[in-house]
Design a binder for this molecule. Sequence first.
Ligand code: SF4
Length: 242
Amino acid sequence: MKLTLAALERRVVACRRCPELRAYCAEIARIKKREHRERTYWGRPVPAFGDPRARLLIVGLAPGAHGSNRTGRPFTGDASGIWLYRALYRAGYSDRAVSRERDDGLVLHDVLITAALRCAPPHNKPTPEQLRRCAPYLDHELSLLPDLQAVLGLGAIGTRAAAEALRRAGYRFERPPKFAHGMEAVAEGPPDRHDVILIASYHPSRQNTNTGVLTETMFDAIFTRTRVLINDREDAGKRAAP
Ligand code: SF4
């Protein structure tokens, strides 16, 4: 049964398919990090966040234990999120550069942020079985974005999850997309959907940003490129329309 995006995300929040992850997230929420000990942690699966008419879908890895497992919004409350929302703001996808809390009023335009896994996994390392159990949520989100033009995978796992979800939805790649920063692959749509571009970026994790593997210039260039690709595709669609 096809749900609305809001109903789907309520289902995500209530999901109990991975009891071990639910227990881990709840335990992190109970113990807390010293600097957040006065705050109430979210401690549950984290729903997607953004514009239900998005033309760009971002697929991250999973909530951070003290980031979105604390705040309940993707990429909010940790270092990765500082980079992501700053880049989104500079590219015109967000009305502000900082995502502080779930209820801070931030509005995203034309982008929906989701993840391969919705519960924080120990050591940020989901198992293949956990990813498999969570994948239907990504499939359902894809089906609910009628205007989708581009999917941005963050990191190898986010990119692989995005490619596999596109395949399951009936999109076809000329050759299997191989993760590399800046990779672009056209996913040819099934008869009722137009083509979509899959783009890949290094994940803005501390491991990448602190070491210079990913710089802000590189990250900004990815979002500038998504804008160009989406606009070009819209223009081509208008020219092709009778
Ligand atoms: S990781 Fe996904 S499938 Fe597993 S409990 Fe969380 S929301 Fe459900």
